[in-house]
Structures are given as structure tokens and as C-alpha cells.
Design a protein around this ligand. Structure first.
Ligand code: SIN
Length: 440
């Protein structure tokens, strides 16, 4: 079967959904996800979204982002997210996102590497709140179709141009003819045996980029989150204990109960210090997050999700130290994009964790990922809104129709091969601590 849309979006995290929100109503848009709508890392985001609290904070916000990224960031991209933060937070508010407030004012929290309280949040389930409101919005739009359980098998390339995608749904193969294609497939957490990510996020967009020689950048820049709950028997996804716990006063202690690191340093430094400490006590492969200086009432009110998850596992946060160890969290590199989210292939865009805008340098500042997703989704949508069909609509249709669907089984095999190639490629680029985390 062959279908025609103006825009094909792969992924239903913040990047995919918010792109759709910003496209013109007269564009026919198809969004697909290989699992269910809510199966994305954005949904799990706890901490919040960094934003410019007032104009006087601009320089400090830029500097904190650059410093956390060890000055390997792209300054123009950092400036973009900072300058466009307030507008996008206001847009979310207008879509009904319920950020926490103190009476009428937004409540701002703080996380590692931030010199100021500038993170808006919805308790400790910011991602869930944002994604639910974006789903409400896109579901109400007649020009947008959402398909769950639908996999992108491949993009369709004609010369150096993307003219759509080949998708699979209930064993049916469908070719999609699209003016613009957006990869919003997320990161790579699923390929690690200790991660804060959803296991099904396995670098699909990056494998496709490798297959089509689309430029990638900084792929070895991977990030550990310092405070994932240590559970020996759990492989794959670990419970994230948000940095905002430390922003609200949590401290980190070693096996002897001693403080050994400032908990509000950027997360690469905190993770490194924790790993050093763990090496000193091989019989205790974890250290502790200590929230016992906070009352039960405060913890339940401010961190209801984390409190409940800890309780389920037998920890009362107001009394018990929480065992923690670093786990894979984020990939700063990805498909190289410009400031409009355009990749090196014409009419192909990449947004969110699959992309590399250069915002994060080699270590992302906490709560800058949802912000990057918002700002660069909107940029991409604004760019796509201006795309005019340069009289080649007919040609695209003919090319897509000519695709030999019998060759699709080859595509499926090639996908496996490229996933494997991508993982080998990545392994060749990262350091010892990270290699230990791979699950294959
Ligand atoms: C967290 O809540 O600690 C994660 C926030 C982030 O990844 O920026």
C-alpha cells in the first residue's frame, strides 16, 4: 500500500509531538511510534524544564550550560535554547500544562550545574504532564493521524533527498510519500544493561543514519546519571532518583556515611566521584542518597512518584538511605543538524535525543533536554511550514510507487545488521566504564 502525507514524524516523545503541534493546520501529518504513545523517555522525565527566569539570567544560564558541557557546546545552539525558552514554556502553559506554582507564580527548582533556581516542573513527573497535554492537543487535530505499533523500516532516499518512509503495521508494509520526514526516535538507552531509559529505545534513528551515510556528530558523548537506585537483581531500566532531590537538599554519602562530593556539581563530575568511591569498596557497589533531612510530608508532596516507587521497594525516604549507582542516561551526540533541525539529507529532520544540535557539549546540563526538544521542534516545524513543493510532487509519487515491496525483507535484515554495526561503531568510541554497561 502507498499513502501520501505532507509530513511523516517518527516518535511520540516531546520532539515528535511538539513538532506536530507547531505545523500548519493545512499540512497532512502522520506520526508513528513502534510501541504505544506513552512509551518514550520524555514521559519518564522527572526533574523539569530549564527556562530563563528573567532576562538578567541569560548570561548565567548560557554559562552554566557551557560549563556543564565542558565548553564543547555550540554557542549559537545554546543561545537559541536560552532565548526561546520562555516562549515555549508559555506555549506549554497555553496548552494546559500544569507546572507547579506558589500561589500565582511558577515554582522553580534547581539541579546539578545550575547556579540558579530556574527549572519549572510538575512535581516529579514533568514529562508525563507535558506529554499528556501534547497528546490531548495533537489528538484533537483533524490533520494529524497517529499510529501506534507501527515501525519505521527505512526512510526512502532519492539521490541525497528523503522522500518518505517505509513503515510496517500489523505485518502490512506501507510506503509513505512525504514532503518532509522527521526522525524523533530518541536515544540509545535500551542497548545498556543499566539505564534510566525505556528499554525499547535502541538507537533506531541512528542505525538508519549510519545506513544512509547521514552525518552524525559526537556520538561518543554519553552521559551517566549519578543517582539511579541500585537494585542488584534488576537489569535494564533502573529507577531514576531525580537530580531535583539534590536540588531540594539531598546529599550523597559513601559506605561509611561520609559526604564526599558536592551533590550540585554537573552530573559528569558527580558520577565520576561516585564511581571512584565505589571502586574503593568493591563489596558495596553503591553509595547513598540521603534525603532524611526532609520530612515525610515534604517528600510525599514534592516527590510523590519517587516516594511511592521507593516505598514499593521497601525504602522510606525520610528514614532510609537510598543505595545509588550511576547508570546510562543520555546521548549528547547524534545525527548532526543545523539550527533548523535539518540533517545532511534534504527534507530529513532530526530532533531531540537522536539529534546533535551541539547544545549539550560533552555533558548535558540537567533539564536542558526537554527544552532542547521544544525549541528545535518548533524551529523544524517553522521550517517545514515554509517548504514549498518545488513542482516535484509528481516525481516523488512516482518514485515511491516504484519501490519494490518484495525487497522489504532485505530491508528488515539490513536493519538488524545496521543496528549491530551501530553498536559496534559506538563501542569502538567509548571508554572503559561505559563499555561495561553494554548488554551485548
Ligand atoms: C532528573 O530528573 O534528574 C533528570 C533530569 C534530566 O535528565 O535532565
Amino acid at each position: 500500500m502507498n499513502k501520501k502525507y505532507d509530513v511523516l514524524i517518527i516518535g511520540t516523545g516531546i520532539a515528535g509531538l511538539y513538532t506536530a503541534c507547531n505545523l500548519k493546520d493545512n499540512l497532512r501529518v502522520l506520526i508513528i511510534t513502534k510501541n504505544k504513545l506513552r512509551d518514550c523517555n520524555s514521559y519518564l522525565a522527572q526533574g523539569g524544564i530549564s527556562t530563563l527566569r528573567d532576562i538578567g539570567d541569560k548570561e548565567a544560564f548560557i554559562e552554566d550550560t557551557l560549563k556543564a558541557g565542558n565548553y564543547k557546546n555550540k554557542l549559537e545552539a545554546v543561545t537559541q535554547i536560552v532565548e526561546n525558552s520562555t516562549d515555549n514554556i508559555n506555549r506549554l502553559l497555553s496548552l494546559g500544562v500544569d507546572f507547579d506554582k506558589d500561589i500565582d507564580e511558577l515554582n522553580y527548582t534547581r539541579e546539578g550545574g545550575h547556579s540558579k533556581f530556574r527549572i519549572v516542573h510538575s512535581k516529579d513527573e514533568t514529562g508525563k504532564e507535558v506529554i499528556e497535554k501534547l497528546i490531548n492537543y495533537v489528538s484533537s487535530k483533524e490533520n494529524i493521524t497517529i499510529l501506534e505499533d507501527t515501525t519505521l523500516l527505512d526512510i526512502i532516499q532519492y539521490k541525497n533527498r528523503c522522500i518518505g518512509g517505509i513503515i510496517e503495521r500489523s505485518s502490512e508494509i506501507i510506503t509513505i510519500n512525504a514532503k518532509a520526514t522527521v526522525l524523533a526516535t530518541g536515544g540509545i538507552g535500551g542497548i545498556f544493561n543499566s539505564t534510566t531509559n525505556i528499554e525499547t529505545i535502541t538507537g533506531d534513528g541512528l542505525s538508519i543514519a549510519l545506513k544512509h551515510n547521514i552525518l552524525m556528530k559526537d556520538i561518543s558523548y554519553l552521559q551517566l546519571h549519578p543517582t539511579a537506585l541500585y537494585e542488584e537483581e534488576v537489569r535494564g531500566r533502573k529507577l531514576l532518583l531525580s537530580e531535583s532531590l539534590r536540588g531540594e537538599g539531598g546529599v550523597i554519602r559513601n559506605a561509611l556515611g561520609e559526604k564526599f562530593v558536592n551533590p550540585l556539581l554537573p552530573r559528569d563530575i558527580v558520577s565520576r566521584e561516585i564511581l571512584k568511591e565505589i571502586c574503593k569498596t568493591p563489596q558495596t557497589p553503591y553509595v547513598f542518597l540521603d534525603m532524611t533531612n526532609k520530612s515525610k510530608e515534604f517528600l510525599i508532596n514534592r516527590f510523590p512518584y519517587i516516594y511511592e516507587q521507593c516505598l514499593k521497594r521497601g525504602y522510606r525516604m525520610e528514614k532510609d538511605l537510598l543505595p545509588i549507582a550511576p547508570a546510562h542516561h543520555y546521548c549528547m551526540g547524534g545525527i548532526q543538524v543545523d539550527l533548523n533541525s535539518k540533517t545532511s539529507m534534504k527534507d530529513l529532520y532530526a530532533i531531540g535525543e537522536v539529534s546533535c544540535t551541539g547544545v549539550h557539549g560533552n555533558n548535558r546540563l540537567a533539564s536542558n533536554s526537554l527544552l532542547e526538544g521544544l525549541v528545535f521542534s518548533r524551529k523544524a516545524a517553522q521550517h517545514i511550514n515554509l517548504l514549498v513543493d518545488e513542482g516535484d510532487d509528481k516525481l516523488r509519487g512516482e518514485l515511491v510507487e516504484r519501490i519494490n515491496l518484495k525487497a522489504i525483507s532485505d530491508v528488515k535484515n539490513a536493519n538488524e545488521e545496521y543496528k549491530y554495526k551501530f553498536i559496534s561503531y559506538l563501542k569502538g568510541k567509548v571508554n572503559g566504564e561505559y563499555v561495561k554497561l553494554f548488554n551485548c
